[in-house]
Structure formats: structure tokens, C-alpha cells
Design a binder for this molecule. Structure first.
Ligand code: NDP
Ligand code: A1CAB
Length: 265
């Protein structure tokens, strides 16, 4: 199976590196093109990928075509690759936030299988979480191909398209929120004399362990919070200070803002 990437930014690179890490695909079966040869050529050389000189040339060679440009380029690149979609059967996967299947259909027409795919950066090391939704032309085979591809680099959830904006906030964009939390915690550790590296190592392992405990125990976070919070102890002092500072409303605001942006409001 040949996978073509249109656009080779942070997300395309994360997917490629995840797939290569998991040895799911041979480098020679990945074809890339982006706006600047000075970006895609050295990257392709580094990972022994194939390059194409145009987006159309990528599409002509691909069995699965991944659109990985900024949403505003939807029209330009889809118009360019449409002849290849007409020419041969390509599964078209779009990573574009805020661009619905209907919005994609407006450009390419309603006869092609389209799958919306919303991954997150953590696919780079095989632990992403990706939502997928297909249009009504997307066969079960196209959905299964997409699902098994992204399952190699994390969890996959088939989600109604109406929930994609929420998913973007909770998974697509949220790694940035998690990194921000971790950096803030580590920064506070620096305030009390730890080196930043030492603090980040402690914090990141704490977050990994906390996430795994939720997943493996099936316990609700509040139940675990109670287990960490000794009566009159350190944790409850910290938890209450976080609440007083508006921790939960701040998170909700971040989600509201992300959804609003995704919906183009
Ligand atoms: N980053 C993330 O965590 C996530 C991103 N997404 C979605 O993925 C898509 C890509 O995001 P991201 O990788 O972060 O974006 P980047 O800005 O990192 O990359 C955009 C890429 O598009 C390329 N490009 C620009 N114009 C063209 C063109 N005309 N033809 C071909 N390629 C072009 C750029 O080329 P060059 O580098 O050569 O200039 C660049 O490689 C977006 O739609 C985003 O919404 C979805 C989920 C998570
Ligand atoms: O910030 C963005 O728009 C993209 C989509 C989700 C994560 N990054």
C-alpha cells in the first residue's frame, strides 16, 4: 500500500515517524510533497521516503492520500489532485480541522470516498488517539483501511462527525494543554530549586503513571483524588488552591475556545 502525504508539517511528520517506528510501512511506500522542496527533500532523504514534484503526482501514485495542509488550503490542493481521484481509486483522508466532509465534498464532488481523520501529535511514538468518520461513499473497506493504519500508531475511535469539534478539543489540541500543565508544574519545581530537566522528568513520569492508573483501574479521577488527599494533608491544600485559582473553569474555557475555532465561529 502506498501512502501519499500532501503537506509535510508537524502532523504529517508525526504520522510518518510513528508508522516507520512501528515498521508498518516501508519508507519507499511513502510519497511526500509540500510547499517547499527545502523542507520535504531533506526530510525525505533522512527517512528514505519517495518525493513527488507536485501534489497531483503524489495523488497519482498513492493508494491512500493524506491531506495534511492547513485547512484554508483545502480548495487549492483538492482542486489540484481531483484528476487523480477521477483516474484511479484513492482513499482520501483529510486531517483538516474545521473542514467537514460536506466542505470537502463541495470541492471534489460527492462520488469519492472521503474519510475525516483527527489524530494527535502523540501518534509520533505510537500512542496517539485518532477519530475517524467517513462520508456516505466511504465503504467499510475504506474505513477499515484507515482504522487499521491509525491503530498502528495509537487508539482509533469511530466518531459521528458532529462530535469532531469536541474531539479536537479533548484530543487533537489537548496535548498542548497537557504539555502546558506539565511545563507549569515543572517550572514551579524550578522555583523550589530543581533543575528544569529534573523537574520535567519527575512531572512527565507522574503524568504517565496517573493516566495509566485511570485507564487500568477504571476508577473515576475524583475517587483517585480522594485517595491521594490525606485528611489535613498537602494534596487537599494544593487541590483547593487550584480550584480557587479557577483550574476547572480555565480548562472549560480552553475547550470552549477550541471548539469555537473549529466551528469557525
Ligand atoms: N499539529 C497537530 O497536532 C494536528 C494537526 N491537524 C491538522 O493537520 C493539518 C496540518 O497541520 P500541521 O502539520 O500542524 O501544519 P504545518 O503548518 O506544520 O504544516 C503544513 C504543511 O503544509 C504544507 N503546504 C503549504 N502549502 C502547500 C501546498 N500548496 N501544497 C502542499 N503542501 C503545502 C507546508 O509545506 P512546507 O513545510 O514545505 O512549507 C507544510 O508542510 C492541519 O489541517 C491541522 O488542522 C490535526 C490534528 C493535530
Ligand atoms: O492547532 C491546530 O489548529 C491543529 C489542529 C489540532 C491540533 N493542531
Amino acid at each position: 500500500m502506498k501512502i501519499g502525504f500532501i503537506g509535510l508539517g508537524n502532523m504529517a511528520k508525526a504520522i510518518i515517524e510513528g508508522l516507520l517506528l512501528k515498521k508498518v510501512i516501508l519508507p519507499a511506500d511513502i510519497i511526500v510533497h509540500s510547499a517547499h522542496a527545502s523542507n520535504y527533500q531533506p526530510y525525505a532523504e533522512k527517512f528514505s521516503l519517495k518525493t513527488a514534484e507536485t501534489n497531483l503526482a503524489v495523488a497519482e501514485q498513492a493508494d491512500v492520500l493524506i491531506l495534511a495542509v492547513k485547512p484554508e488550503l483545502k480548495e487549492e490542493v483538492l482542486t489540484e489532485v481531483k484528476p487523480a481521484l477521477i483516474q484511479h481509486k484513492v482513499a482520501l483522508l483529510s486531517l483538516l480541522t474545521g473542514v467537514t466532509l460536506a466542505g470537502l465534498t463541495e470541492v471534489v464532488g460527492s462520488t469519492f470516498a472521503l474519510v475525516r481523520v483527527m489524530p494527535n501529535l502523540n501518534v509520533r511514538i505510537g500512542v496517539g488517539v485518532t477519530a475517524i468518520a467517513g462520508n456516505n461513499v466511504a465503504t467499510e473497506s475504506a474505513m477499515a483501511t484507515t482504522q487499521s493504519l491509525f491503530e498502528q500508531i495509537g487508539e482509533v475511535i469511530r466518531l459521528p462527525e458532529a462530535d469532531f469539534s469536541t474531539f479536537v478539543a479533548l484530543a487533537g489540541s489537548a496535548p498542548a494543554f497537557a504539555y502546558l500543565f506539565m511545563d507549569a508544574l515543572a517550572h514551579a519545581g524550578v522555583k523550589y530549586g530543581l533543575s528544569k530537566n529534573q523537574a520535567l522528568k519527575i512531572v512527565s513520569q507522574m503524568v504517565v503513571g496517573s493516566a495509566q492508573l485511570i485507564q487500568q483501574s477504571g476508577e473515576a479521577p475524583w475517587n483517585l483524588i480522594d485517595q491521594v488527599s490525606s485528611p489535613g494533608g498537602t494534596t487537599i491544600a494544593g487541590v483547593l488552591a487550584l480550584q480557587e485559582a479557577g483550574f476547572e473553569p480555565a480548562i472549560t474555557k480552553a475547550v470552549d475556545a477550541t471548539i469555537k475555532k473549529d466551528l469557525g465561529e
